[in-house]
Design a protein. Sequence first.
Length: 123
Amino acid sequence: MFVFSCQFFTWVTRKDRSVVAGLIAWIIGLVMWITSHSYIRRRFYDMFFRIHHLYLLFSLFWIYHVVSTYHYFVIPMLLFFVDRFIRMVQSTRLVQVSSVKVLENGVVELTMPISMEGNIYIM
């Protein structure tokens, strides 16, 4: 039992896998999964949003855990970061606002001119 516990908490075991990194990745994934349920997501959206930015830590610890099989993870992560980059570039467009009103119930009403350029729709 003592030999198992000593090997359990070492960063690299004899099969080139880090058990501690896998455990940390599993805990982060579990917390992300729990906070993604609709009850928590709808009532505590700010917490859900912040916790889901832990995907970077999850990815780093998971890669460190499975160093020998990283090639299964490289292409999906590359596609993910390309998608994030495209979303970042697309979200930097300037919008012209014609008028701003604060309604009685605290809702802010923005009036923008309609632009059919690029098939961009605002709902």
